[in-house]
Design a protein around this ligand. Sequence first.
Ligand code: NAP
Length: 247
Amino acid sequence: MTARILLLGGTGDALAIARTLGPQHVYSLAGLGRVPADLTCAVRVGGFGGAEGLARFLADEDIALVFDATHPYAAQISANAARACVAAHVPYWALRRAPWQPQPGDDWRMVSGWAGVVEALAPFARPLFTLGREPLAHLNEVPQRQHWTVRCLEAHPGHARARIIDARGPFTAEGERALFIEAHIDVVVSKNSGGAATEAKLAVARELGLPVVMMQRPPLPDAQREFTSAQEAIDTLANYNQRSFHA
Ligand code: NAP
């Protein structure tokens, strides 16, 4: 009997792990972004129907381990996965990417939630939003004195005071510097995602003396095993498989 892993994804780290999984394992995506067509493991797309639906999936598909490599701000699926694993008596492991830490010279303004972002942006005129698609739901609320630049994974026409840039990381310091200067950015809005792919904006904000409005991370459930890098997870899952297969 093979030990079947359910990998919860939607991040670059998760994709790196998925690329190392054999055909008996399942990689799960919410369905908001690109679905890779070149993986050896099975790929499923779409929600499970809450923690109860996920617990049923674990039993029906005979899953032996859930590995949560979702984004640190995808708190709902992580909470559901932890609950479903308890209900289905399946171990819950997770990749918990370390958050970025402010460096000397940084001016970070910590906020929680969209209302906190709006309040922190009041003194500024040209924010760059780099926290996903949430600003798209608020394009009719751009204050008169502001112009928004919103970078997210969605094509959108924007309007006279909101420009939408549909771009996927990784981003370089040169590219970020050019964008900040060309768009006259005076404040950067970010999630504390951690990792290298989108970190350059913080170094460029520091260099140009720009403040960063940083959304606080949501609380996430404890996992039985936690990993801080995709490589650490890949190495451990490879051994986990060997042990299971040879047991
Ligand atoms: P979320 O709020 O935690 O989850 C909302 C619902 O989406 C979940 O309850 C679940 O539906 C479904 N879902 C989420 N991830 C799933 C997965 N890997 N496989 C199957 N269903 C999933 O999630 P989110 O913040 O909207 O993020 C959605 C996806 O985008 C995640 O996979 C995440 O890794 C990725 N992502 C998120 C961010 C971010 O900033 N939030 C950034 C980059 C990538 P059911 O309850 O029906 O099961």
